[in-house]
Design a protein around this ligand. Structure first.
Ligand code: AMP
Length: 277
């Protein structure tokens, strides 16, 4: 198994890529969820690029930027496993040539202010700005993102469409542990007892989805009951339509949750069918 080529600059990237390009952006500390995105992306283009960059502008002061796990050598092995051609691992200078306070950035609009955005007001500006830069540097035809970060996927799709970036954005289902916990680079910070408790987040979403036919109020009540039973107070537990607008009875909906369990903040979401009125 030959490993991917590691490149750090736009020039190195340009020299190494050929034909159509698929991009999987990541912050490293790769797990099976990331590998699934890579395997999904592999047949979509001739060259498969994975970017590994812990993006400072999507972390607010006091968040875990410094403590975010960095496991580059193991990451290269995971990329080799999935048939990745190129790992783009830029420095902060390559990504932010005019510094972190450069004057131009991408405004995520109103959907960037709800859910995660209400908790982390600068987060999606940082995410969309770095993804736009990665699209500019890598020049992908297609880019693959996980449904695990559902609001992020929604906003990146909107950005690509509204800013006419010419990149097809593809979403991939969430990869989970046996008890339903969504895989995440931050799960490694869960202590053993917290890890057990963390399974309740997905259990709550499943309970909510199972009540879909009874309508939105029942969905939220069923999910909240499971969280309460485990002593988990969510930052938010909200029901939306698939585009993060108001849910519509009789249609598909999304139930989204974020909760801190021990040190990490965990996110999850589930699709469900809402009963009609
Ligand atoms: P991150 O490295 O956490 O920024 O994530 C990079 C990409 O992997 C994003 O598109 C995430 O949504 C996706 N991702 C992270 N965890 C999972 C998972 N458990 N299942 C599917 N995709 C995931």
């Amino acid at each position: 198994m030959t490993g991917p080529l590691v490149v750090r600059t736009r020039e190195e990237l340009r020299a190494a890529t050929e034909g159509t390009i698929a991009l999987v952006p990541t912050m490293g500390a790769l797990h099976d969820g990331h590998v699934q995105l890579m395997k999904h992306a592999r047949p979509l283009a001739q060259t498969l690029v994975v970017s590994i960059f812990v993006n400072p502008t999507q972390f607010a002061p006091g968040e875990d930027f410094d403590a975010y796990p960095r496991t580059f050598d193991a990451d290269l092995e995971r990329c080799a496993e999935a048939g990745v051609d190129i790992v783009f691992a830029p420095t902060v200078d390559v990504m932010y040539p005019d510094g972190l306070d450069a004057t131009v950035s991408v405004d995520a609009g109103p959907l960037g202010q709800i859910l995660e955005g209400a908790q982390r007001p600068t987060h999606f500006r940082g995410v969309l700005t770095v993804v736009a830069k990665l699209f500019g540097l890598v020049g992908p035809d297609v880019a693959v993102f996980g449904e695990k970060d559902y609001q992020q996927l929604t906003l990146i799709r909107l950005m690509a469409r509204e800013l006419c970036l010419g990149v097809e954005v593809v979403g991939c289902p969430t990869v989970r542990e046996a008890d339903g916990l969504a895989m995440s680079s931050r799960n490694r910070y869960l202590e053993a007892d917290e890890r057990q408790l963390a399974g309740a987040i997905n259990a709550a979403l499943r309970a909510g989805a199972a009540s879909g036919r009874e309508g939105g109020t029942a969905v939220l009540a069923a999910a909240r009951a499971v969280l309460d039973e485990h002593g988990i107070t969510p930052d938010y537990l909200e029901l939306t339509d698939p585009d993060l607008a108001e849910p519509v009875p009789g249609r598909e909906a999304r139930l989204l949750v974020a909760a801190r369990v021990g040190r990490p903040r965990l996110l999850d979401n589930i699709a469900l069918n809402l009963g009609g009125n």
